[in-house]
Write a protein that binds this ligand. Structure first.
Ligand SMILES: Cc1cc2nc3c(=O)[nH]c(=O)nc-3n(C[C@H](O)[C@H](O)[C@H](O)COP(=O)(O)OP(=O)(O)OC[C@H]3O[C@@H](n4cnc5c(N)ncnc54)[C@H](O)[C@@H]3O)c2cc1C
Length: 535
């Protein structure tokens, strides 16, 4: 067996909760090792609706603590991750004045009730409460109610049965996967003794020693505490460690990215967040020139089996007609589809009714090492969840908290230019210094935040890709060198928005694989296999 590495904390799972906890622990000077089975933010954290939101619908189930925490964290993210999290004007259509009062009361008291019509009174009440919960660090306007005429001015062509809407604001994250990676890189910079590895296989536990393999090598680590942050895979990771516990009960949710210019134009920059006839809440919003449609909520036992199946795709296309009956959405417009598994706590009730709040289950390895399992939580609340877990770890280790992360800017959000003038100055300075034109510097700022400055300095002489001229060879090679890229999917699905924007064609996959294969040491067969995984 190889030499055993001693660490304070071993984190298993590099979704947003694992990455966020890693950063907070690093900021306290704790030695950590994070091991991720695939890539950072490749699980549920890549499958979300990408709303940094206060969880409006959790008001209906009386989860006020979660709403308050989510709204505050949303407001913080608008400032700490200003490069990727932006305000999203959103409308809640209403079809009646009094609809939904009785079902809302029943749901509030934990009874099952179908709520497919949230009338004007319920909507106004909900949005008023939502504003109150979101008032700390408020960064966006309060809600207002729109008449049908007001709604038509904001969004054209909605169903004629809609009599008005509530207009309010949420946060929307463009590059969710990149933010997870940035937390990891920030953590390592804060405490260089810590390390986060992707593409690792967890092999098992022997006493207090955990074995894993990475880059073809078997390694051993002896942690004082283990954090199981494996989301929907928490039970499986525990089983690999020799712990038998049924903590999780996942639900899968699918999204589509469709190319439908009429729908994109009609939305006019807004999200439509609507209750559909089947009692679910669905959403539509403009995303990278296309339209994001989500989502389903279906119980699933095997998280590795989750994919957006034909029934879900058909449902998501059809549900749009409930709010835009004159804009058909058809399956040939689908440019990208994805699915994620919500890491919900195990519960017998209907998945829609299971709490979305987070909790920590404390177990121990047969050898006595504490194992903390991070269950549930929203993407939006990762920082608060990480803070809660870090406080527990500090108490166990008898170490003080040195700083908090509440105002800690993340990755390319550090020093991000927040005004038009600051943005123009940043673009001028970086373009001049790197010898790029202003439009190119602006595109890099939008993609990578202020991290783009280091990248830009290496781009002179870059060649645009033939299959995707908005990206260049040097840009992608910089990402490979600096951002833990090991597979084609890491680069095209998570370091960039190429796949999610619907731009991942076979030509793009082949050209990028040929570009990054040599520096990553891929053989011809490996290159072909990488392309095949994306087709
Ligand atoms: C359809 C859907 C829509 C959602 N929409 C929103 C939204 O709009 N806003 C919001 O705030 N939240 C949303 N959520 C919730 C949010 O995405 C999740 O709660 C959050 O991403 C969970 O993060 P996590 O780190 O706990 O889990 P994950 O992101 O799943 O991370 C767990 C990680 O553990 C890794 N892992 C598994 N096994 C092992 C192993 N053996 N060794 C090492 N690593 C392992 C996995 O590869 C994975 O990367 C949504 C979720 C879904 C599914």
């Amino acid at each position: 067996m190889s030499e055993v590495q001693d660490v304070d904390v071993l984190i298993l799972g590099g979704g947003i909760n694992g990455c966020g906890t890693f950063r907070d622990l690093c900021a306290q000077g704790i030695d950590c090792l994070l091991l991720e089975r695939t890539d950072f933010c490749a699980g549920a954290s890549a499958g979300s609706s990408r709303l940094m939101h206060g969880g409006l619908k959790y008001l209906e189930t009386g989860e006020f603590r979660l709403v308050r925490e989510s709204a505050e964290e949303r407001n913080r993210l608008l400032s700490n991750a200003a490069h990727y999290v932006r305000p999203l004007p959103s409308v809640l259509p209403v079809r009646s004045r009094f609809g939904g009062i009785l079902p809302s009361v029943l749901r509030f008291f934990g009874r099952e009730a179908k709520l497919n019509d949230r009338g004007a009174i319920i909507t106004r009440l909900g949005l008023t409460l939502y504003d109150i919960y979101g008032r700390r660090f408020r960064a966006m306007p309060a809600h207002r109610m729109l008449s049908r005429r007001g709604l038509d001015k904001a969004i054209a062509g909605m169903d004629r049965g809609i009599i008005g809407a509530g207009l309010y604001y949420e946060g929307q994250i463009s590059h969710a996967e990149r933010l997870g990676l940035e937390l990891v890189l920030d953590g390592e910079a804060l405490h260089p003794a810590s390390r986060a590895l992707n593409h690792v296989t967890l092999l098992g536990a022997e006493g207090d020693i955990i074995r894993y393999s990475h880059s073809g090598e078997t390694r051993s680590v002896r942690p004082r505490i283990i954090i199981n942050a494996a989301g929907a895979w928490i039970d499986r990771v525990n089983a690999t460690l020799g712990i038998n516990a049924r903590l999780m009960g996942g639900s899968k949710g699918a999204h589509l990215v469709v190319d439908n210019p009429a729908l994109f134009d009609a939305l006019n920059g807004h999200m439509v967040y609507f209750g559909s006839g089947d009692g679910r809440v669905n959403l539509l919003y403009p995303f990278q020139g296309r339209v994001m449609i989500g989502s389903t909520d279906i119980r699933i036992d095997d998280p590795d089996a989750a994919h957006c199946d034909a029934t879900e795709a058909a449902y998501l296309c059809a549900v749009v007609a409930e709010v835009f009956p004159d804009i058909p959405v058809t399956e040939d417009q689908i440019h990208y589809r994805f699915s994620g598994v919500r890491p919900l706590p195990n519960a017998a009730s209907d998945v829609g009714a299971v709490t979305r709040d987070h909790s920590i289950a404390e177990l121990t390895l047969p050898g006595g090492t504490p194992v903390h399992c991070l269950i549930g939580g929203k993407w939006t609340t990762f920082r608060g969840f990480a803070e809660q877990e870090t406080d527990k770890i500090l108490a166990l280790l008898g170490r003080p908290r040195k700083c908090n992360t509440r105002e800690m800017q993340i990755g390319g959000g550090k020093g991000y230019p927040r005004t038009e003038k600051a943005r123009a100055d940043w673009i001028d300075r970086v373009a001049t210094h790197a010898g790029l034109d202003r439009a190119r510097a602006a595109a890099l700022l939008d993609r990578y935040g202020t991290r783009a400055e280091d990248m830009a300095a290496t781009l002179s002489g870059e060649t645009p890709l033939r299959s995707l001229p908005g990206y260049s060879d040097r840009e992608l090679l910089w990402l490979v060198r600096h951002e833990r890229v090991a597979t084609l999917a890491d680069l095209l699905r998570r370091r960039t928005l190429v796949a999610l924007s619907g731009d991942l064609t076979p030509q793009v996959a082949a050209e990028v694989a040929a570009l990054i294969g040599p520096p990553l040491g891929w053989t011809k067969a490996q290159t072909e296999a990488e392309i095949a995984t994306l087709s």
